[in-house]
Design a protein around this ligand. Structure first.
Ligand code: SF4
Length: 266
């Protein structure tokens, strides 16, 4: 039995009883892990006195090559690549890049926006008040950040003043997030806020539109909801988040049931 009563009381809700405890389930096959680090391309290798159109074309090729390289990295190489990355301007003011945290074989992947001041100092996503609220949200559906949950952000370096990352910054950082998704191979992705939705789904529609839609990333179901930092400023929206989390839990449960029905391993 989860500690929902206490958590929901803290969040200001009445307890909804889940019909049954979720069963454990088996692991999905993981993508192959490379034994060796693959060197990253030089960020400024294409600097030359070229006309704008050529520069633009070469920039696209370099970007494709960078993304293709990132798509081959194992966890160690990926973490190093993120920590060393200087591919966008957000590297200038970071104390450190914040790759992500949690269970690398997680069933649930939560994606936020980017590190704030506390995350930048600690090197971990979702610390401080927003982190506490996220922990409460996780606990409300029987999850913990260190068990079967992985947490990442759309951008890995802190935007100054906690501003929203630009579309360009999210696009440049996206290959890292896509590689994290591939390595974790989650059973469900929860996108916290508009930046996360843009980075993963390449969809910039409002959350009010995306929240209730049946969405997926490849074969992985996706649920979009509000970012905990937004909730701290807009407490009445908590009810919507609880609704979204219940839907996420239902989708996950349905996926569990179909795996069990097909004779999948737990
Ligand atoms: S935000 Fe992402 S792309 Fe930009 S410097 Fe940091 S790791 Fe690199």
């Amino acid at each position: 039995m989860y500690k929902e009563a206490a958590i929901l009381q803290e969040m200001g809700y009445t307890l909804w009883q889940l019909r049954q405890n979720p069963p454990e389930h088996g692991e999905l096959p993981k993508p192959p892990v490379l034994a060796e680090k693959i060197p990253m391309p030089e960020a400024h290798a294409l600097e030359a006195a070229l006309d704008g159109a050529t520069k633009s074309a070469l920039s696209g090729l370099a970007s494709d090559k960078r993304a293709a390289t990132i798509a081959t990295l194992d966890w160690t190489a990926l973490t190093e690549a993120i920590q060393d990355c200087r591919a966008c301007g957000l590297c200038a003011r970071r104390r450190q890049a914040v790759p992500g945290i949690g269970d690398r074989t997680a069933n649930w992947l939560f994606v936020g926006e980017g590190p704030g001041v506390e995350e930048d100092a600690k090197g971990e996503p979702f610390v401080g008040q927003a982190g506490k609220l996220l922990d409460n949200m996780l606990a409300a559906i029987g999850l913990r950040r260190d068990h079967k949950v992985y947490i990442a952000n759309a951008v890995k370096c802190r935007p100054e003043g906690n501003r929203t990352p630009t579309a360009e910054e999210m696009t440049v950082c996206r290959p890292f997030l896509l590689r994290q998704i591939a390595l974790v191979a989650p059973r469900l992705i929860v996108l916290l806020g508009k930046s996360a939705a843009y980075s993963v789904l390449d969809d910039d529609r409002n959350l009010s539109v995306l929240r209730k839609k049946p969405l997926s990333f490849g074969a992985i179901p996706v649920v979009v909801t509000y970012h905990p930092a937004y909730l701290l400023r807009n407490l009445p929206e908590k009810a919507k988040v609880w609704e979204d989390l219940c839907r996420a839990r239902e989708i996950f449960q349905e996926s569990e049931n179909s795996i069990l029905a097909e004779g999948g391993k737990k």
